[in-house]
Write a protein that binds this ligand. Structure first.
Ligand code: NAD
Length: 485
């Protein structure tokens, strides 16, 4: 058959999960094993039962050891109990094990599964660790709360290189980047600039950038215009669900969470508790996660056999309830019978749909290339954020100008990013969250200036809720201007 037959069993950690999890995991493992996958399975328990034993994280310490040892994790969906401060296990696992890339192929199965987009075949590559998902949030005034959006250069380089390497190895023609860098020029701007730099190393692959709003609209309307799309975390979170949904069903998609050491493979849907234990659920999403896993561990032959048999099953109209449609489908089956139907077709190929063809013998080169020279960083000022409940820009400007800290000057005051002093617009709404920007008065601006300003501000009776240093990098401004500045 293949190299697969002679491959030594690869250790993988498997969690059967909650709700429909055990049924779809059994079906998935039966299919891939019959297709020739060589796996040494280490089962672990995660999810509801573990949460109920009082572990807020939903995972036992011993399970971490299995994950670190095997480095490959096939995970069925779990139920996160409502309320009670339980942590999302998925986020915990991804972040703890450094799974920086989320990969979600979404292709339509027209005419066998109804979709408005018969020619859709895209892969969303989502950055998985950064952006607002650090969950670093603060409420510092009565009226205003904030969430910190962090985008790093190494984090961007790594995910963008992953997207291009994925395209190269899987013979994809184009990589598109979505950001909102017309507004977030520094954070999303960094992601976009990094994309442009890395794209230059792949002249054989077309590259393009879209602003995320219009890009998302285009993707929902004409997905066939895209191939691989790489995005920061939040846009990727939202748009990967949109992409899966418009193929016809979220129940069909799988995803991979890739890290340098450990990777996790799963269905994108949840544990569907109402369908549990009834032999109803469609195992296709988890099967797709498992196919990504087989390619990841070098068992592409088994992945291809299982994938082609699955395509043939779908073509033959053997469908679970979620995709069953009178006139198109031929036979409504349960989870176990669907798996049997796929296994019975191993060795066959689809006749209408494009057969799966996984790359062999080409591996990704994800080495982080040498970092460029460290730029010259210079402090040029400070933003001091103030909680002033009944503030008024002119009074605040006058009071802050009276602080007289030598070597500094107040340059602007803004409120939620809009300049209100000097020369503010009377129609601008003011919250209690103000930002006073101080810069050097002719000379250099030091940390001592920041400390002196903070002391002066608090002596004057203001509540300074936070500071942000203002820096330039090789002379380039590393901070945004306020709207209207
Ligand atoms: P869900 O994805 O479980 O269900 C949404 C809808 O899709 C339901 O109507 C369900 O019946 C249907 N559905 C889902 N998977 C299906 C399948 N394989 N075959 C047929 N129909 C399927 O989402 P939900 O109801 O919002 O969440 C249920 C539980 O799952 C919650 O506890 C949630 O926290 C958890 N969840 C877990 C994961 C994960 O472990 N990765 C992801 C999402 C949600």
């Amino acid at each position: 058959m293949s190299t697969t037959a002679t491959t030594k069993p690869v250790p993988i950690t498997v969690a059967h999960g909650d709700g429909i999890g055990p049924e779809i995991m059994d079906a998935t493992l039966r299919i891939i094993t019959a297709a020739g996958a060589q796996l040494a399975i280490e089962p672990i328990e995660i999810g509801e039962a573990v949460y109920k034993r009082g572990l807020q994280s939903g995972i036992e310490p011993a399970s971490w050891e299995s994950l670190r040892r095997a480095q490959v994790f096939l995970k069925a969906p779990i139920t996160t109990p409502q309320g009670g401060g339980f942590k999302s296990l998925n986020v915990t696992i991804r972040k703890t094990l450094g799974m920086y890339a989320n990969v979600r192929p979404c292709s339509s199965l027209h005419p066998f599964v109804s979709t408005k987009h018969p020619n859709m075949d895209i892969v969303i590559v989502r950055e998985n660790e950064e952006d607002v998902y650090g969950g670093i949030e603060h409420r510092q005034t009565n009226q205003v709360a904030q969430c910190l959006k962090l985008i790093s250069r190494p984090g961007s380089k790594r995910i963008i290189r992953y997207a291009f390497e994925y395209a190269r190895v899987n013979n994809r023609k184009k990589v598109t980047c979505f950001t909102k860098d017309n507004i977030m020029k520094i954070t999303d701007g960094l992601f976009h600039r990094t994309f442009t730099e890395i794209a230059a190393e792949y002249p054989q692959i077309e590259s393009e950038h879209w602003i995320v709003d219009i890009g998302a609209a285009k993707m929902a309307d004409t997905p066939e215009a895209f191939d691989v799309i790489v995005m920061p975390n939040l846009y990727g979170d939202v748009l990967s669900d949109v992409a899966a949904q418009i193929t016809g069903s979220v129940g069909l998609a799988g995803s991979a969470n890739i890290g340098d050491h450990c990777s996790m493979f799963e269905a994108i849907h949840g544990s569907a508790p109402r369908r549990a234990g009834q032999n109803l659920a469609n195992p296709s999403g988890l099967l797709h996660g498992a196919l990504l896993m087989l390619v990841h561990i070098g068992q592409s032959d088994a992945a291809e056999r299982a994938h082609n048999a699955w395509l043939r099953t779908i073509e033959d109209g053997v469908h679970t309830y979620d995709i069953y449609k009178d006139g198109v489908s031929k036979k409504k089956v349960g989870t176990a019978e669907f798996a049997d139907a796929v296994i019975a077709r191993l060795g066959e190929k689809p006749q209408v749909l494009k057969p799966a063809a996984y790359a062999r013998g080409v591996s990704m080169d994800l080495s982080m290339r040498k970092a460029g020279p460290v730029p010259q960083k210079q402090r040029v000022g400070v933003d001091i954020f103030l909680d002033v409940p009944a503030g008024n820009p002119d009074a605040l400007g006058a009071a802050l100008q009276r602080l007289h800290v030598a070597g500094t000057r107040l340059t602007t005051i803004s409120n939620r990013g809009t300049k209100v002093w000097p020369d503010g617009n009377p129609d601008t709404y003011w919250s209690d969250h103000w930002c006073a920007r101080f810069e050097g008065d002719g000379g250099t601006f030091s940390a001592a200036h920041t400390i002196a300003l903070l002391e002066a501000v608090s002596r004057a009776g203001f509540d300074a809720i936070k500071t942000e240093g203002l820096y330039t990098f090789n002379g380039e401004r590393g901070f945004s201007l306020a709207q209207g500045e």
